[in-house]
Design a protein around this ligand. Structure first.
Ligand code: C2O
Ligand code: CU
Ligand code: CU
Length: 450
């Protein structure tokens, strides 16, 4: 909806029912529907106004994950919406195109609300014409979001409570993609871009194709990488996003699965889902060209050329300009020790602000996972860069803009972050583990930008 130059959206958080198992319905929550919510198309530089109405029986909030914006519009725990009330957020995104998402963030109750289905996509575009550069960009046609979640269903098909879990929270064996169980995507083109969103509470995925095929990763949380790179797996912890480009030839069927997620040396791999192998999505190749009647025989024994360079997928060698932050330029260093549902031995308190970060100042944040279990680290109002992981240069999937990063047990990840433009001495932003059970248990802190 356009209202002058302002993009306006209305979201209603509401209750409903979904059918994850044919023939059985279960209570779910969604925005403007029973499960998940609409994709909000945002344009860089265009003001946005989102009105959120809460028709749930409990307090909620809506947070815009990945967007740099004023603290009062962030939708964190300090912007509660009581049942029956409305709240409106106004902000103007000014950052590169990316796949963001929105979800509730009420203090102590985020896990359950997201698990029931409250989440949606933020599709941020900017002027760069990706299509012209050869990057698939037609929404739903060759540019397809995949919001991946795992659900734990009782025998009768009912969604179980998010608190039924191990020390990382709830893990389920039923995969739901964009709200669908056993999803199928029929590609229309030979080259398709998938935007993978880990919208799960707890699970870390190792996305790959069952046949081990090579594809390109082109973007991380905060948008396009400087250059595409070829890989056969993408690892995402809760809250993280990645965009991949894959080739599918006419007549073929491929399976996107999750196996061998990169989780580091966790104490009990079974307890945290590290050994699970899960079917994510069935994909079929595009229809054979219409004029290809006699060509069909030829197609049958056509050997599929291997993807050996991003150019084989039509991708440009350079995707975006990603200026590197330099650790030498950091004027402040901060430590974050993740341990026992706390950060730096303190649990989240709504009334404690841990520090004030001066605006436009480059900072080095050292995040240490002291535990033998998985954690990750998310910062509001920021896209940061990974400087190193235990002293080693980040792998290519961590070389671009990030807002959430997995932190392996007993390892230190150092981030370079700068908070731009928005200041507010009163209203804090959050940093936290995005395993939602941990966040709710107190593995979160608050900072202001001044
Ligand atoms: Cu995706 Cu603080 O959240
Ligand atoms: Cu966030
Ligand atoms: Cu954690």
């Amino acid at each position: 909806d356009m209202d002058g130059d302002v993009a306006t959206f209305t979201l209603t958080a509401q209750t409903g029912t979904s059918e994850f198992v044919p023939g059985t319905t279960t209570a779910t929550w969604g925005f403007n529907g029973a499960y998940l919510g609409p994709t909000l198309l945002l344009r860089r530089g265009q003001p946005v106004r989102v009105s959120v109405r809460n028709e749930l029986p409990e307090t909620t909030t809506v947070h815009w994950h990945g967007i740099k914006l004023p603290a009062a519009a962030d939708g964190g725990p300090h912007q509660p919406i009581e049942p029956g009330d409305s709240w409106s957020a106004e902000f103007t995104p000014d950052q590169p195109a990316m796949t963001g998402w929105y979800h509730p963030h009420p203090h102590g109750n985020t896990a359950q609300q997201v698990y029931r289905g409250l989440a949606g996509l933020l599709w941020l575009q900017d002027d760069d014409d990706a299509a012209e550069a050869g990057i698939p960009s037609e929404y739903g046609v060759d540019d397809v979001p995949l919001v991946v979640q795992d659900k734990r269903l009782a025998e009768d098909g009912e969604l179980m409570d998010a608190s039924f879990g191990t020390n990382v929270g709830v893990l389920g064996q039923t995969i739901v993609v964009n709200g669908q169980v056993n999803p199928l995507f029929e590609a229309e083109r030979e080259v398709t871009r998938f935007r993978l969103v880990n919208g799960s509470n707890t699970r870390v995925y190792g996305f790959r194709f069952a046949d081990g095929r090579t594809f390109a990763q082109i973007a991380s949380d905060g948008g396009l990488l400087a250059e595409p790179f070829l890989t056969d797996a993408v690892h995402l912890s809760p809250g993280e996003r990645a965009e991949i480009v894959v080739r599918l030839v006419p007549g073929e069927t491929a399976q996107l699965i999750s196996a061998e997620p990169r989780m580091g040396s966790v104490a009990d791999p079974d307890d945290v889902g590290a050994r699970d192998e899960l079917a994510i999505l069935t994909v079929t190749g595009p229809p054979a060209a219409a004029d290809a009647g006699a060509q069909e025989d030829a197609d049958a024994d056509r050997t599929v050329p291997a993807v050996t360079a991003p150019e084989d997928l039509g991708l440009p060698a350079v995707l975006a300009e990603v200026p590197r932050h330099r650790a030498d330029d950091a004027v402040e260093t901060r430590q974050f020790r993740l341990q026992g549902f706390q950060i730096n031995s303190r649990a989240m308190s709504m009334s404690r602000i841990d520090f004030a970060a001066p605006v436009d100042q480059l900072e080095l944040w050292q995040v240490v996972n002291m535990d033998p279990i998985p954690h990750n680290f998310h910062i509001h109002n920021a896209q940061f860069q990974v400087h190193d992981v235990d002293g080693a240069e980040p792998p290519p999937d961590l070389a671009g803009w990030k807002d959430t990063v997995y932190v392996e047990p007993q390892r230190t990840t150092r981030l370079l972050v700068r908070f731009e433009r928005y200041t507010d001495p009163e209203v804090p932003y959050m940093y936290h583990c995005h395993l939602l059970y941990h966040e709710d248990e107190g593995m979160m802190g608050q900072f202001t930008v001044v």
